[in-house]
Design a protein around this ligand. Structure first.
Ligand code: SAH
Length: 232
């Protein structure tokens, strides 16, 4: 579909993606995944994913798979973004921390559902670009910071939900410490270059963590500052 300025606005492609995710959700339910809520699907239906991918890949922006975004990183598959958002179980007065801003797409999907999103990206080029794209598109309730998300964002903690979109070997303790009582953390955990497990952690009133394995997933590794230094 083309808008008044003669630009492709991808409305019909976005609607088709939402329908596809709804169908995928029914299939995934048979394998134990929770159903995607209408609220999350509605948010997916409003975010222009084509604005978060490289220009040459725009025509593929509404396909249900990850795409490269530069620096060896990827924008996650829409179904996974929807599932993680759903598991975070957020509401409109809540504050969320995301680790791994990447393209900014997951942050934008969350931004439509919560009060504020704080998001941390370790690759400076990606973080700067995502911040500029989010600002250009009017997501004024997202704050992007460049840094190592392993340490979380202590100044803004505690958070109602934490969504981690890169996989560590183990759940980082600083992130556990920054989760509110009743807060949810959605995080892929497992070895680099292998299948990881998407986990949902919930902090109960006595401080204990309840942990549920959701589905197998494949994410880029959560790198640390020291890994980047080693590459140079
Ligand atoms: N949420 C992103 C997907 C990002 S892929 C999106 O919607 O597009 C994972 C991202 O995590 C990559 O951009 C990678 O650079 C970043 N990352 C990896 N380790 C990190 C760390 N320790 N702290 C912050 N970001 C990290």
């Amino acid at each position: 579909m083309t808008n008044a300025c003669g630009q492709q606005d991808y409305t019909s492609e976005r609607e088709a993606l939402v329908d596809e995710l709804r169908r995928d959700s029914r299939v995934a339910e048979q394998y134990g995944a929770p159903p995607l809520s209408d609220t999350v699907l509605a948010s997916i239906g409003t975010v222009p994913r084509h604005e978060f991918v490289p220009e040459r890949l725009r025509r593929e922006a509404y396909r249900n798979y990850p795409l490269p975004i530069g620096a060896g990183q990827t924008i996650s598959q829409p179904y996974i973004v929807a599932l993680m958002t759903d598991l975070a179980d957020v509401s409109s007065d809540e504050t969320v921390l995301e680790i791994g801003t990447g393209s900014g797409y997951q942050a934008a999907v969350l931004a439509g559902l919560v009060d504020h999103v704080y998001t941390i990206e370790i690759v400076e080029m990606l973080g700067r670009r995502a911040a500029a794209d989010l600002e250009r598109l009017g997501y004024d309730n997202v704050t992007v910071r460049i840094g190592d998300g392993y340490a979380g964002w202590p100044d803004k903690a505690p958070f109602d939900a934490i969504v981690v979109t890169a996989a560590p070997d183990e759940v980082p303790q600083p992130l556990i410490d920054q989760l509110k009582v009743g807060g949810r953390m959605v995080i892929p955990v497992g070895p680099v270059n292998s299948v990881q497990v998407l986990k949902l952690l919930t902090r109960s009133a006595d401080g204990a963590l309840e942990e549920t394995d959701i589905i197998p997933v494949r994410f880029v590794p959560l790198t640390r500052d020291r890994d980047l230094l080693r590459d140079e």
